[in-house]
Design a protein around this ligand. Structure first.
Ligand SMILES: NC(=O)c1ccc[n+]([C@@H]2O[C@H](COP(=O)([O-])OP(=O)(O)OC[C@H]3O[C@@H](n4cnc5c(N)ncnc54)[C@H](OP(=O)(O)O)[C@@H]3O)[C@@H](O)[C@H]2O)c1
Length: 334
């Protein structure tokens, strides 16, 4: 897999990265997550499983890895893998995120009224989580992102937080933000206005973009042109763009995807990932696979022969933004 520069940062990335949201904790919203983990949640076994998938990613050439403070023990599992394989910090790019605290206590489901992760984008949380990430990843950590920044969380108006992020940027860490929900585009337009010392604060953005949810196309193109590195997450719509999606309402779209995959001698997931890889604004697309065979199937996206006709058929599957995000919020933790 070819290395390339990540926007106008000094980091290098591969076109496919590995996200650890599903590998670091027992519960997640991806379709079939419980089956992936074989309902086995022993911490040491989960760490060994994460290392197996990380080894496969390394073998496949993946050199960007994405974690967050709230992904259970994802940062710790990534750190122990980097250390045990003696991977040179210069050989990989590691991103993590702050702003959500993991509160599921290694359970798959939490009691009614409680949350798996608690959002707080204030300065004390940034300071605490930065220390925690540093203790685990140290000089392996290249990119630190606000986790799911939104306009209503006011983080982009919090001068104390922004000034602290600028300080981290000035001392060598690329600062990014991730986005979620129907307000992704508005949030990123606002973020693109924030400058410190004559330069944009944010060196990268991580957004949801897939053939069902394309609403951030214009703003991601603007971000790319402004020099931000662009990472796409949820490229398979949390598993909805895989044969695992047996929802009766989605079967017409799945039939189209299956037909196109057969015509192009590939799989539905590789086709959906190829649609992301072929957007000119994208630097990295994350695989969220928690199984090695799924990861390898995802990586086959690099072999898909792209054409304008294929693009037209796939992009015609787009859903209304509000409908897409409602479906996502209905996904159960499992
Ligand atoms: N707000 C944020 O910042 C944010 C939010 C969400 C995600 N992220 C990042 O983005 C990464 C990717 O997100 P995501 O996990 O939602 O990714 P995704 O790629 O949209 O979905 C991954 C799901 O697709 C399934 N899958 C993949 N290939 C498959 C195949 N061939 N057959 C059947 N199922 C297949 C995976 O199953 P298996 O698990 O069985 O492999 C997993 O359930 C995360 O790990 C995280 O790093 C960030």
């Amino acid at each position: 897999m070819k290395l390339k520069l990540f926007g106008q940062t000094n980091l290098t990335v591969t076109p496919i990265g590995l996200g650890l949201a599903a590998l670091g904790r027992p519960g997640y919203i991806n379709l079939g997550h419980a089956k992936d983990l074989n309902h086995s949640y022993d911490m040491a076994e989960m760490e060994a499983h994460a290392h197996t998938v990380l080894d496969a990613a390394w073998e496949a050439g993946i050199r960007y890895f994405d974690a967050a403070r709230s992904y259970g023990r994802a940062e710790a599992f990534l750190a122990s893998w980097l250390n045990s394989r003696q991977i040179d910090p210069a050989a990989v790019t590691v991103g993590s995120k702050w702003g959500y605290t993991y509160t599921a206590d290694w359970e798959v489901t939490v009691p009614t009224g409680q949350k798996h992760e608690v959002k707080d984008h204030t300065l004390p949380v940034l300071q605490r989580q930065w220390q925690e990430s540093q203790e685990l990843l140290g000089n392996q950590l290249d990119l630190y992102q606000i986790h799911s920044a939104t306009l209503d969380s006011s983080v982009l108006d919090d001068t104390a937080v922004l000034a602290h992020l600028a300080h981290l940027r000035n001392t060598g860490t690329v600062i990014g933000l991730s986005l979620s929900g129907t307000g992704q585009a508005d949030t990123l337009w606002r973020a693109l206005e924030i400058e410190f010392d004559g330069a944009l604060l944010f060196g990268s953005v991580q957004a949801t973009w897939n053939i069902l949810e394309q609403s951030a196309t214009a703003v991601l193109t603007a971000a790319h042109e402004a020099g931000l590195g662009v990472i796409v997450k949820e490229a398979l719509a949390n598993g909805r763009l895989t044969p695992r999606n047996q929802s009766p309402e989605f079967q017409p779209q799945m039939q189209t995807l299956t037909r196109l995959a057969q015509q192009h001698h590939t799989t539905v997931d590789a086709l959906a990932l190829a649609a992301v890889l072929n957007q000119p604004f994208v630097d990295v697309v994350l695989s969220g696979a928690a199984q090695t065979d799924h990861l390898l199937s995802n990586v086959a996206a690099l072999q898909v022969q792209w054409s304008p006709d294929l693009a037209n058929e796939l992009l015609a599957l787009g859903e209304e933004t509000a409908v897409y995000w409602q479906a996502r919020s209905n996904l159960p933790w499992n």
